[in-house]
Design a protein around this ligand. Structure first.
Ligand code: SAJ
Length: 421
């Protein structure tokens, strides 16, 4: 370990803080990691790490053996990196910034002249300057005179965290008057991507419009899928051909948009005020896909009452175990409201008991006696599902493929009626 390197304290050891601490330690910094959860701290210290991504887990384990220390109390450090959750309270129409503020209180108690604080959590524009700065200044320090303050959003794609942490371009936004080069040097030590500098508020805004853009693009793809069905056309083939144009890049239709980012971040832009019409409509289109899938099922099965329906996938997208805001769980609720007799869920990544919405069963036990199966999550394993095996387990012959992963002819040959979004 190069002891002349600055020290860094990472606050919040979740799916961003933990890998970020690990890449920083790997770059030669002395890194302290602090999380308010004592059980998590203890587990991490005993090497018990369970992350969705195997390569990431190995990488974090190695860092914990060398350069990255999980600490019981916030430590003084040259740089403080805040990576805590910022949930959105839909009842209050407000972002819950309490984790950011309590991390800032912890930091302010150990702040020294010349230290620098960087916020990475997704927040409404203006948060760094208007909410974080006053807490840091409560103990007599002042930004930018003796403390540096910046915002640098993480942009990693869950499922590809390590690669994107080390390769994505990075935005470093500073509060006016604070120099950006020391912060740029930190990110430059581990990313091969380009680092651009701006103001903290612009960087906060950019993070939100990136996710809102993706949400709107997927909503467009979902609308195209519905339109294509009216014309009896294959929407994926049409989108793929449209994308051959050098300035067209439409995303993929599906059962709706889940995860903690795309469905939530657009709300940060307005916080209780009128959300821009296009963004709000896109949210409605994507949330409405669950009902569209329900209509496909109804068209295939007739009355849904008394039926048994199996959902393939509980996670919000393929290859991850995260069920937050998952379209699958919204579909469970929708089908129950439609008086479906039994809704079963299976998922190779999600542990049984991981969600309150439904028990997660093994593939075979979820399908025995089912009238219909709905492929909701694009887990790579689902491309290899066997229609002959399904025919043995299921009572009915209806399959709805919301991700276009199944080979239509093969499933039809095995006697299935296959419906696709
Ligand atoms: N989805 C589709 N069609 C597509 C792509 C995605 O229906 O063509 C669905 C997915 O199935 C999923 C949802 O959208 O339900 C979101 O998945 P995602 O892979 O698009 O994004 P996230 O939420 O996993 O990660 C996003 C990323 N943002 C952007 O690409 C602009 C990631 O880079 C961010 O770091 C992350 O949000 C975040 O933390 O904000």
């Amino acid at each position: 370990m190069a002891s002349e390197e600055p020290t860094i304290c990472v606050h919040g050891l979740g799916y961003i803080g933990l890998p970020t601490a690990a890449v920083l330690a790997n770059s030669g910094y002395d890194v302290y990691g602090y999380d308010v959860d004592p059980v998590l701290r203890k587990r991490l210290r005993s090497g018990e790490i369970s992350l969705d991504e195997a390569d990431l887990e190995r990488f974090v384990k190695r860092a914990l053996d060398d350069g990255f220390t999980v600490v019981e109390e916030v430590q003084p450090a040259d740089f403080h990196l805040i990576c805590v959750p910022t949930p959105y309270d839909k009842d209050l129409d407000k972002t819950d910034l309490s984790y950011v503020e309590s991390a800032a209180e912890g930091i302010s108690s150990v702040l020294r002249e010349g230290d620098r604080v960087i916020l990475e959590s997704t927040v409404p524009p203006g948060t760094t300057k208007e909410r974080l700065q006053p807490v840091l200044e409560a103990e007599g320090h002042s930004v930018p005179e003796d403390i540096g303050l910046s915002y640098s959003p993480e942009t990693v794609l869950p499922g590809n965290t390590l690669t994107e942490l080390r390769e994505n371009d990075r935005l470093v936004g500073t509060v006016p008057g604070c120099p950006s080069p020391p912060i740029v040097a930190i990110y430059d030590s581990f990313t091969s991507g380009e680092i651009k500098t701006t103001t903290a508020t612009t960087a906060e805004f950019v993070k939100l419009i990136q996710n809102a853009y993706r949400d709107v693009n997927i909503a467009f793809a979902n609308e195209i899928a519905k339109l294509a069905q009216e014309f009896n056309l294959d929407s994926r083939e049409a989108i793929s051909m449209a994308n051959n144009h050098p300035r067209v890049d439409i995303l993929r239709p599906g059962p709706g948009v889940g995860g903690h980012c795309l469905p939530i971040d657009p709300l940060f832009l307005s916080e209780g005020n009128d959300i821009p019409m296009l963004i709000e409509t896109a949210r409605g289109v994507n949330d409405g896909m669950v009902e569209y899938v329900g209509q496909l099922l109804r068209a295939a099965l007739g009355d849904l009452e008394g039926k048994t329906v199996t959902l393939l996938g509980a996670a919000y997208k393929g290859g991850v175990a995260d069920t937050r805001e998952s379209p699958a769980l919204a579909l469970v609720e929708y089908l129950r409201d439609e008086n479906v007799d039994t809704v079963r869920v299976t998922d190779p990544y999600v542990e049984s008991g991981a969600t309150d919405a439904a028990a997660v069963l093994n593939l075979d036990e979820s399908l025995i006696g089912a009238d219909a199966a709905v492929l909701v999550t694009d887990h790579p394993e689902y491309g290899a599902l066997s229609p002959e095996q399904f025919a043995e387990w299921m009572t009915g012959n209806v399959v709805v493929d919301t991700r276009a992963m199944l080979n239509h002819d093969r499933w039809a040959d095995a006697g299935f009626d296959l419906y696709c979004v």
